[in-house]
Design a protein around this ligand. Sequence first.
Ligand code: VOV
Length: 248
Amino acid sequence: MAEAVETMDGWYCLHDLRKIDWKKWKKTSKEEREEAIQEYQAMLEKWDNIREAREGSHALYTVMGQKADIILMILRPTMDELGEIELQFNKSKIAEYMIPSYSYVSVVELSKYMAKDEDNPEDNPGVRARLTPKLPDWDYICFYPMDKRREGFENWYSLSFDERRRLMYEHSFTGRKYAGRVKQIITGSMGFDDWEWSVTLFAKDVLDLKKIVYEMRFDEVSAKYGEFGPFYVGSILPNDKLPSYFSI
Ligand code: VOV
């Protein structure tokens, strides 16, 4: 009999991707552009303080290619706080020069596939820290949503718990080979968004992102059951680099 695995859920997560309307930006006066950047930096500094107080976390990256220009990943203890941030951002000056291109709503998720019967992983400080993570300031990000397949004989949701645990164990084994090189944040989004999970990977070497995704394609769980949405890859955009990023 298939039964759901218990999940542990942490901070709520919004991935907000925007394109920049460079044409409009270029037509704006220098003063207005400076004002918009300063307001944006002040907003980011406020979020930095929230990160320092461990009441949330965020990461801002530029995106390669034409799907978007920037990605903001933001984590907060409640979904309402994410809503407030989105609203505040939409009302800001800089947002007038940005066009929404994709967004994703989810919650940081760990499952109990590997938990031993006798212990409650939620009591473990390491687990608590992974549910409320401080996003790393590594140079590169890769974000994509994914599903577990539900077709014909390849139906993840009709596999037994033990079989799913075996497959996830194999998956974790591949992942651990990338310790120190790739950090993953898995968020669950059933009932929240169009796919079932989002995967956010951080790396110091951009090639490690390709290598891990490629290697995992051969894990049985990804080979048989993985279905993937659009991929976004980008580079970190620190607060102090905003003026040069927006300079024209
Ligand atoms: C950086 C490497 C890395 C490591 C160490 C790692 C480990 C683990 C562990 C131990 C576990 C299970 C317990 C838990 O923590 O939930 C998971 C869980 C999960 N993973 Fe993972 N994963 C990695 C990385 C990693 C990647 C690159 C992907 C994308 C897959 C691909 O083909 O593109 C992925 C996906 C997932 C998903 C969707 C889940 C939830 C599945 C579910 O059915 O619940 N993951 N993952």
